[in-house]
Design a protein around this ligand. Structure first.
Ligand SMILES: C[S@@+](CC[C@H](N)C(=O)[O-])C[C@H]1O[C@@H](n2cnc3c(N)ncnc32)[C@H](O)[C@@H]1O
Length: 269
């Protein structure tokens, strides 16, 4: 299967999954490799045959959907965003929680991959703020559609590449070396709960001071689905809460109030 065939196939198939081709342009090789593997499993001679197979077998669409789950993540990904979260957002959310008489700052990492983003929040909180707000804990719900990634997340074991953006002093104090890998110490895992959710269908109960929804909905999904999910995300924000999207993503309908290139949004319900 050549690149051109795979691209035309994706341009045909993705809108039928409420996804958009432009989001996949840069990561298409990962997706094309998986599709190629699936075509081989089915014993089909070409991607054209796979297209016909999809038309004749609706039960194949969820399998194609799975080929489109892009798994890239890293600790402290997009450094400037985490710098801002740690400098401004976490202390503001802590004050909001205290004013409301609450005992926790509640966060949700949506599309959490192997937990890199969720654990980065916990590490930053413990390093920078937990002593200043001793009555508060930082509680993180972390959800993803991919059960294999969630299992990896629960082990807290990572390659050096996943940690390359994390400040070295933090890395050395929160991880233990285990062969070539790095193992997160248990005290950094306790306040993160992982669960499987397809964000198109369900979201964790409750409302959150901070929602991170980066490099998923606003990259891969089509405009209609983005809008629908954004409406539901807002319902899950605590009053005064913050939504963080990916740095290469934009919100529709003039919601990019903070200006282009901004990825941290203070949204009202
Ligand atoms: C590119 S990663 C982004 C990870 C992390 N948010 C970050 O920015 O580093 C996208 C994640 O979304 C997950 N995902 C894909 N489709 C999903 C869906 N419908 N519901 C929930 N998670 C999904 C994938 O399994 C993957 O872990």
């Amino acid at each position: 299967m050549n690149n051109f065939d795979c691209v035309s196939f994706l341009q045909w198939a993705l809108p039928r999954l409420n996804m958009r081709w432009s989001g996949f342009r840069r990561v298409r090789r990962q997706v094309c490799r998986r599709i190629q593997k699936r075509i081989a499993q089915l014993g089909l001679p070409s991607i054209d045959e796979y297209q016909s197979y999809l038309i004749a077998h609706p039960e194949e669409w969820p399998i194609l959907d799975r080929c489109c789950w892009v798994t890239v993540s890293r600790f402290y990904r997009d450094r400037g965003v985490f710098d801002r979260i740690f400098r401004d957002v976490l202390p503001e959310m802590a004050r909001l929680a205290l004013d409301a008489g609450e005992k926790m700052v509640s966060c949700w990492s949506a599309g959490c991959a192997s937990g890199e983003e969720a654990y980065t929040l916990v590490i930053g909180w413990k390093m920078l703020w937990s002593l200043r707000f001793p009555s508060l804990i930082l509680d993180v719900e972390a959800t993803d559609i991919d059960p294999d990634l969630l299992n990896r997340a629960r082990t807290g074991c990572y390659t050096a590449g996943s940690l390359k953006e994390l400040p070295e002093t933090w890395r050395d104090s929160v991880f233990e070396k285990s062969g070539n890998d790095w193992l997160l110490k248990s005290e950094y895992k306790e306040s993160v709960a992982f669960s499987r959710e397809d964000i198109r269908i369900s979201m964790p109960a409750g409302s959150f001071h901070l929602i991170l929804c980066r490099n998923l909905v606003f990259t891969y999904f089509d405009a209609g689905l983005q809008q629908e999910i954004l409406n539901r995300l807002r319902q899950h924000l605590a009053p005064g809460g913050v939504l963080v999207i990916g740095c290469h993503e934009t919100l529709q309908n003039g919601l990019n109030i903070n200006g282009k290139g901004e990825c941290v949004f203070y949204l009202t319900k």
